[in-house]
Design a binder for this molecule. Sequence first.
Ligand code: NAP
Length: 520
Amino acid sequence: MPEQLASYVAGAWYVAPDEGTAVADAATGETVARVSSTGLDTRALVDHARTVGGPALRRLTFQERAAALKELATYLDANKAAYHELSLATGATRRDGTGDIDGGIGTVFVFSSRARRELPDGYLLTDGVVEPIGKGGTFVGRHVYTPLPGVALQVNAFNFPVWGMLEKLAPAVLAGVPTIVKPATQTAYLTAAVMRDIIASGALPEGAVQLVCGGAGDLLDHLGGEDVIAFTGSASTAAVLRGNDAVTLRAARFNAETDSLNCSILGPDAVAGTPEFDLYVKEIAREITTKAGQRCTCIRRALIPEPLLDDVIAGVRARLDKVVVGNPRNDTVTMGALVSLHQRDEVRGAAETLRRASQVVYGDPVSVDPVDADPERGAFMAPVVLLCTDSERSEPHEVEAFGPVTTLIPYGVPAEAGALAAHGGGSLVGSIVSYDPDFIRDMVVSAAPHHGRLLVLDRDCAGESTGHGTPMPQLVHGGPGRAGGGEELGGMRAVKHFMQRTALEGSPAAIAALTGTSTS
Ligand code: NAP
């Protein structure tokens, strides 16, 4: 029987005394780990972050914190082969694992290098210019950012056990705020493996990062206005956490990245035979098969000019016919398993709900023949494409099937596509695939307020495009409304999410003396 995963609390590894939850390999059903936080001292966890980790981080300048991040990323990069092996147990193919593991380590490198170029070798960040207030010029103001004196609690979803942790950890370290990581139970073993190396690397001061494997217990009872809760997961869990006294009464900062019915819009100009048509079809097939569709940014709604519908269906079918579903340890497999049997059943249920408003044009939600695996023990599902021709139906705009499932939705005039995009109620990302500047402009104007990121994909950028579903550390990740209303990444602005903005007022000389050496 695999050992219970250890949490890292107040400088020591803590193993819960009970059996815990058994977590299964997504493809084979064998137990990979047991997870429990029973008996974990959450008070000690938060106190240690506040009294040991925070002060140690804040003794470092921004430049020293950036150097520590580079050392950390270099260490993890040298040890990543082991993470890739473990990642297979989550159902991810090796290619999927690259997005999570190399993507996560790469994000730390990007934050480190941007910080070395953009942040001062000091302890305080300035914001904007000196604002003259007094008519005689003796009284001015300037905004400054200083680190919050509390902790950053990150609560992560199961689908990115490495990237999800590192993309939140890097800006918090730069800000000078200690982090408590709470991974999703289902894939906590991979996060824990990376965490063991983070601690072993010695790159970060003691207390700068701690780990809770298992439930969060009463952790939020110890959090308040000095702290940040950075959540990634479902909208329903976000609602529970947002309603906690830590947020509603004590005003802890709360950032949510939740589920999202992202759309991709094909332009009427992009008929079969154009480069944009091919890009569109390829992107849909790639999105729903990468990580078996378990990406919050996956294309859930494909908005297609009605006359192009049949060609798109044929194109997507041809691409999906080449997909090989099965055990990710088999080199011929191109799409692995969902994270668990429970999750597979959830996705099947959501697909069933979607079917009330649509018909299946590819795949079968309940039948699959995986390579090198038992379909009863592994959480496999075939790619499924639905078609919804009834524009009055709300299901495709409201129901997230968090798996290899997408819905094609035809539109008439371009204005209709803009309105349909907005029906998602706020999304992380949308894409517009077209080479017609007028169509693109109209779509961007109508869709941008509903999205955190918009990709305009065409023949000119396709070669270097990182794709619809991949958030980049330089750019905002997050979205309004249903997507959680939060914002992560986005370059050095992400660092400020863990800092307090204060308006400093005084004489020009006093303000210059305090802020003069800062450059940001
Ligand atoms: P989830 O069930 O909401 O769980 C997310 C995290 O919240 C897990 O760590 C979970 O821990 C924890 N949690 C659950 N209840 C809690 C509570 N009462 N107090 C404290 N923590 C609690 O989501 P999931 O199933 O892991 O992830 C899938 C969903 O996440 C999808 O809907 C997807 O769209 C969304 N997602 C969004 C993004 C984004 O960036 N916007 C990224 C990835 C995924 P346990 O596992 O221990 O229960």
